[in-house]
Design a protein around this ligand. Structure first.
Ligand code: ZN
Ligand code: ZN
Length: 527
């Protein structure tokens, strides 16, 4: 898929894993952090920090051991890409130099017909390779408009890698059932969930980028959702669909929404189709979604050709042995980064790096017939990843879909982009991906037939508009759906700009907008 944000999670998730999951299991990590004095002995939520001492550790010295200083200090986060102390940033600079064209040359070549040069010169203000030469940088008035944004991204990249303690990735434990969660905005959500306060815009950007996937799902499905009939984001048909899901996600009014209350409830299945980087978010980040629905059993299915799979078992064992060193040393080691240093964020990038193999990770290839795995991560959360086109496995689920328990999420699916693989038989022009037989063509009619809600995000107003416009002109889709959520801003989108390597002028935000549809259900169409 063209320019489809596989890069939205990348290093934030790596950092989060390093910080919060470096020994593959959360419990092992917590033990390590407790031993080092960086966490209180009982971590049932950030709010409990410093309060909770059990009888056995009451005499233990909880004074924090001295932290090694970060590689860069707060005032030293800006570095031109080619002079960055971090190999991955230097590698990204080289990638951009090999892909992006000078914007001044490009507009000149439209008149002269010459071929534009690639970017070689690094803007001294933002550090990105931006033009072919200093002369062209000087004459480009446009660059000034987005230079400060690029500088912000440059500093964020260095901040992530400098080895400071990332408090913004410290995720809280379960919610007490009498404490309501607000989904009005990120700030109220963080406050009501007991996250550490996000003191700087930079912390906000890191945290929103990490949490946007689970929170986009959670904030839409939850009964306290900010999307309502009153603010016209939810349609009357949509409110019925959401009410159906919420009868399974929550408990009857007045009853305590606790783990015990969910004993007899069916599982909620969330199918994330065309999943890419979000499939490699560590499970403890997805666990934040479960904590919004304490009585719910959640099964996440990541399905798509770019779903990331666990490391092979033998490799995981080798790495496990290695990870017996202290967590701080590991964090540093991870910062050194091993090749490939940087994967360009263009076109059809490969599946993200393999994810950690957890103790209970098991292969599901026998079950689904494709490379796949399942992890029962906690009693509330099971994660399955299937590396296949959804249309290849639809038949296995088709008979089981139920609008009361199942929902589909498609993060920036690129419906309206031209297909990379299929062209129209009549005129040879590439089909749109929503109509392409190798991409979404067979998928969307099948999802509509299930009558379950289909939630879709877009990374910019234009992206969302392009996708929605494509619905209206696609056979078997146009006229076959009704709106569940009217298109608009996603309150829980990432606040971080993502910059395209092939043209640093292109900047978007993951999950910027959100909408949802469902099938009209006049008939049950066969696959
Ligand atoms: Zn130029
Ligand atoms: Zn600049």
């Amino acid at each position: 898929m063209l320019f489809c944000l596989p890069w939205c999670v990348d290093f934030v998730q790596v950092q989060s894993t390093v910080y919060a999951n470096s020994m593959f299991t959360r419990s092992a990590l917590l033990t390590a952090l407790r031993r080092s004095g960086r966490l209180p002995a009982c971590n049932d939520g950030f709010r409990s920090a410093g309060k909770c001492r059990t009888f056995l550790n009451i005499f233990r010295n909880l004074r924090p051991t001295s932290e090694p200083p970060p590689a860069l200090n707060d005032n030293d986060l800006f570095h031109p890409f080619s002079k960055s102390p971090f190999p991955a940033v230097r590698a990204r600079g080289e990638t951009i130099q090999s892909l992006a064209l000078c914007p001044v040359c490009t507009s000149e070549s439209k008149h002269t017909g010459g071929s534009p040069s690639r970017v070689k010169y690094e803007c001294p203000d933002c550090g990105w390779p931006s033009h072919c030469s200093e002369e062209h940088w000087e004459v480009d008035e446009e660059h000034k408009k987005y230079c400060s944004r690029l500088r912000e991204v440059n500093e964020d990249e260095h901040d992530l890698r400098r080895g400071r303690k990332m408090r913004e990735f410290h995720l809280p434990g379960p919610q007490a059932y009498e404490e309501a969660i607000s989904f009005a905005n990120w700030d109220l959500f963080w406050y009501t969930r007991g996250f550490p306060s996000m003191d700087t815009e930079r912390s906000r950007r890191h945290a929103t980028k990490l949490l946007t996937y689970p929170l986009t799902i959670g904030s839409v499905l939850h009964q306290n959702s900010g999307l309502t009939l009153n603010n016209r984001r939810v349609t009357p048909e949509g409110s019925r669909s959401l009410a159906a899901l919420r009868t399974t996600l929550h408990v009857p009014p007045g009853a305590p929404d606790t783990e015990e209350a969910g004993a007899a409830k069916p599982q909620i299945r969330v199918f994330i189709l065309g999943a890419r980087a979000e499939s490699s978010l560590p499970p403890h980040v997805w666990e934040q979604l479960c904590m919004l629905f304490p009585s719910c059993h959640l099964h996440l299915f990541f399905i798509g050709p770019q779903v990331s799979l666990p490391k092979p078992a033998d490799e995981a064992v080798a790495q496990d042995t290695k990870s017996s060193a202290s967590s701080t040393t590991e964090q540093r080691e991870e910062c050194k980064e091993s090749p490939p240093l940087y994967v360009p964020n263009i076109y059809q990038p490969p599946a993200p790096k393999p994810i950690a193999r957890l103790k209970r990770t098991r292969s599901s290839v026998q079950l689904y017939g494709f490379p796949s795995y399942t992890v029962p991560y906690t009693p509330q959360l099971t994660v399955t990843g299937i590396q296949a086109n959804y249309s290849e496995v639809h038949g296995q689920f088709e008979e089981t879909f139920d609008p009361y328990t199942d929902a589909f999420f498609l993060f920036s699916p690129g419906f309206g982009f031209p297909s990379m693989t299929s062209v129209s038989e009549s005129n040879g022009i590439p089909l749109l991906q929503i109509a392409s037989p190798t991409e979404w063509g067979p998928v969307i009619p099948a999802l509509l037939a299930s009558r379950c809600s289909i939630f879709v995000t877009g990374f910019s107003p234009e992206d969302m508009e392009r996708d929605i416009r494509s619905l209206g002109i696609t056979p078997n889709v146009a006229g076959e759906f009704e709106w569940v959520i009217n298109p608009g801003i996603n309150i829980f989108g990432s606040e971080k700009w993502e910059v395209a390597d092939f043209d640093p002028r292109v900047m978007v935000k993951a999950n910027w907008g959100l909408w949802a549809i469902r099938g009209k259900g006049r008939q049950i169409r066969k696959w």
